[in-house]
Write a protein that binds this ligand. Structure first.
Ligand SMILES: [Zn+2]
Length: 132
């Protein structure tokens, strides 16, 4: 009986945080996580604002991006070193495998276009298409 009394007292007294303390800690964590996400979104927005953006006469928006991964054919002789001009929807974290402005398309063994790059496009054929 004495042992059980002691155990009950231990459970009641702690040492762990009370439900209120736990809720406060969870709320603080969530607030910090939210602030982190907002900060990341702001940084992403600032990066995208600063990164080169090419708008064609038809209103479509394009970005500088590199092809990722190994290339499966000799058609893309730059081997991924060139910065092509890729549809804004076709690059980024969910990058696709559409054609660049010059027609370059990720091959079978490429994983597609990389994220938007902060440097201007270097592919002469892409740049020619933008200038014309
Ligand atoms: Zn190109």
């Amino acid at each position: 009986m004495l042992i059980i009394d002691r155990m009950v007292a231990m459970v009641r007294a702690g040492p762990g945080p009370s439900p209120e303390e736990r809720a406060a800690a969870a709320a603080q964590y969530q607030a910090e996580e939210k602030a982190r996400q907002v900060r990341q979104a702001e940084e992403r927005q600032a990066f995208l604002t600063a990164a080169p953006r090419y708008v064609l006469p038809d209103g479509s928006a394009w970005r500088s991006a590199q092809m990722l991964g190994r290339l499966s054919n000799g058609g893309e002789r730059d081997r991924g070193r060139l910065y092509h001009i890729v549809s804004e929807d076709g690059c980024g974290p969910m990058g696709g495998a559409g054609s660049a402005l010059c027609g370059a398309t990720p091959g079978r063994r490429s994983v597609g276009w990389g994220d938007v790059e902060g440097v201007p496009a270097t592919c002469p054929r892409c740049l020619k298409r933008v200038a014309s």
